[in-house]
Design a protein around this ligand. Structure first.
Ligand code: CP3
Length: 359
């Protein structure tokens, strides 16, 4: 089924994900539903992070906030990559000033306590949120500054390696040394964790698509920690397996992969995984990547989030350099990592205007 002809002309992001070069490029920002928005911070008092993710009323509203204010071309579900391990039965808490804390999986006994059979039941509210969002976004009404029907709804998960990092380490880390040590020293256990994540991630992405997500993204935030041999084993191979499983059920749905800090491995990732679009982090040279990633694969990225924090002429110059480097190619304008919480909202408004309106 070719989906090109079925996409409404107003869905500029979806058209780009389908391989069409648009000018100006469609735009959204990683972590756009987040703490840099005063209306987001106002809702934090109402409920803790997990409750916000699991309450369709709240998660729907938080997803729409950046669309109302800026009219981004894409709405990314308000959720988190750690919802999957939590749905597998791992304990999860978001601690102020510390980030996520999980009951670490370090042994076969720890692993044996995970239960994949309850994922569908536990994640039902997330799927409900996606269904509601799709109705609102495709409805006739204007959603703040965005026209009804113009916004593409995106689901997401973490990629297995990055999720395994948090599961094994038990939280965030600079190096994830315990996880990477397990991959070398206890390959049987690590491979079982990775296999479980690969299968359940594919299922969960399919469920998100069936609930209304029009495209999905796989966040592999810690891919760049791995040497090439391990990158092939724990980033490229599981991503390819997930893409194949999702496309077997939903052949026309587009998949964005984000192998953050993948560096010289990014072209191989692009060629070997089957993703439709590769999201580039801040360190990548978009002009060079264009020549190294096959034409048939789109690119997303990659303005430095610090440039948006700084704002002004420097931000506008950098933003236009990124935008112009993608001209003539299927390119989704985005940041190279999430927007920072301390970013002034006026800078983001200026960024959107600059990308859309500057000649
Ligand atoms: O706006 C969006 O991008 C959609 C929602 C989204 C969140 N997390 C919301 C969130 C997405 C796509 C993510 C992905 C995510 N989560 C990643 C991959 C992308 C990346 O940033 O590398 C990772 C590694 C996580 C894990 C995670 N979640 C951490 C390390 C933290 C704590 C640090 C932090 O930024 O607060 C979270 C919490 C989190 N996820 C918040 C939000 C809005 C902050 C919660 C709050 O305090 O309100």
């Amino acid at each position: 089924m070719s989906s090109k002809t079925e996409i409404p002309p107003s869905k500029r992001l979806l058209k780009t994900l389908n391989g069409e070069a648009m000018w100006p490029p469609p735009l959204w920002m990683m972590r756009q539903a987040g703490r840099f928005l005063p209306e987001f911070r106002a809702m934090r008092a109402q409920a803790d992070f997990l409750t916000r993710c699991m309450t369709p009323d709240i998660a729907t509203e938080l997803t729409l906030q950046p669309i109302r204010r800026f009219g981004m071309d894409g709405a990314i579900l308000f959720s988190d990559i750690l919802i999957l391990p939590w749905a597998l039965g791992q304990s999860l808490e978001f601690v102020e000033g510390k980030g996520p804390v999980l009951g670490a999986i370090r042994s076969e006994q720890d692993f044996a306590r995970l239960d994949r059979n309850r994922i569908a039941e536990i994640t039902a509210p997330v799927l409900e949120t996606l269904s509601r969002l799709r109705k609102v976004l495709d409805g006739p009404d204007d959603i703040g500054v965005a026209k009804g029907g113009a916004t593409t709804l995106m689901g997401f998960t973490g990629a297995p390696f990055t999720v395994a990092c948090y599961m094994v380490e038990g939280g965030g880390s600079r190096e994830f040394a315990i996880t990477r040590q397990m991959a070398f020293a206890e390959p049987a256990l690590f491979d079982r964790i990775m296999a479980l994540l690969t299968e359940t991630t594919a299922d969960y992405l399919c469920a998100q698509i069936e609930a209304g997500a029009e495209a999905v993204m796989l966040f592999d935030s810690w891919a760049g920690l791995l040497p090439p041999s391990e990158f092939r084993k724990h980033v490229i191979a599981p991503t390819r397996q997930i893409v194949q499983a999702v496309k077997a059920k939903h052949p026309s749905v587009k998949i964005i992969g984000f192998p953050r800090l993948g560096g010289m491995m990014v072209p191989e990732y692009a060629r070997e995984t089957g993703v439709d679009v590769v999201a580039l982090d801040t360190s990548a040279d978009l002009a060079l990547m264009r020549t190294q990633v096959p034409e048939s694969i789109g690119l997303q990225g990659n303005l430095d989030p610090i440039a948006v924090l700084a704002g002004g002429e420097a931000m506008r110059r950098e933003a236009l350099a990124v935008r112009n480097a993608g001209k003539g190619r299927a390119h989704v304008f985005n940041l190279g990592h999430g927007v920072l919480p301390q970013t002034p909202v006026e800078h983001v408004a200026d960024l959107v205007k600059t990308v859309r309106e500057t000649a």
